[in-house]
Design a protein around this ligand. Structure first.
Ligand code: AMP
Length: 117
């Protein structure tokens, strides 16, 4: 994806493609993952697509990363028993397919093979 092309998540923020939105603020959106790998599988996404991965986000806007983590916790409190995995895939070989930073909030047992391919 070129930097100027909107990511799938930017298009969701713009309501150009549908998604099940579970949280939205000025800076963060959270949706249900379209292909869940666990009983609860949410994505917490900064609205800006300028950071490709969590390390770039941490370096460029640590307060926004803290917001992402806080939103993940509050969604986990709502959707799980507050025990969950928080996953940021980084790089293609680690399974990253969308290069617009996002956190996976995973509650319950993972589907066989997921996050390990
Ligand atoms: P990653 O592989 O870490 O880059 O995560 C991208 C995630 O986005 C995958 O788990 C996909 O299932 C999910 N995804 C892709 N397109 C959509 C969409 N339109 N709505 C919801 N989730 C999506």
């Amino acid at each position: 994806m070129s930097k100027t092309e909107p990511s799938v998540f930017t298009r969701i923020v713009a309501r150009e493609i549908p998604a099940e939105i579970v949280f939205e603020s000025d800076t963060v959106i959270a949706i249900k993952d379209i292909a869940p790998k666990a009983p609860v599988h949410l994505l917490v996404i900064p609205k800006t697509q300028q950071y490709r991965n969590v390390a770039e986000l941490a370096a460029g806007d640590p307060a926004l990363l803290a917001d992402v983590v806080a939103v993940a916790q509050s969604l986990a409190d709502e959707y799980t028993d507050s025990e969950y995995r928080l996953v940021f895939n980084t790089g293609e070989s680690a399974g990253q397919t969308v290069f617009h930073v996002h956190a996976h909030v995973l509650g319950g047992r993972l589907t066989e093979g997921s996050l390990a391919e």
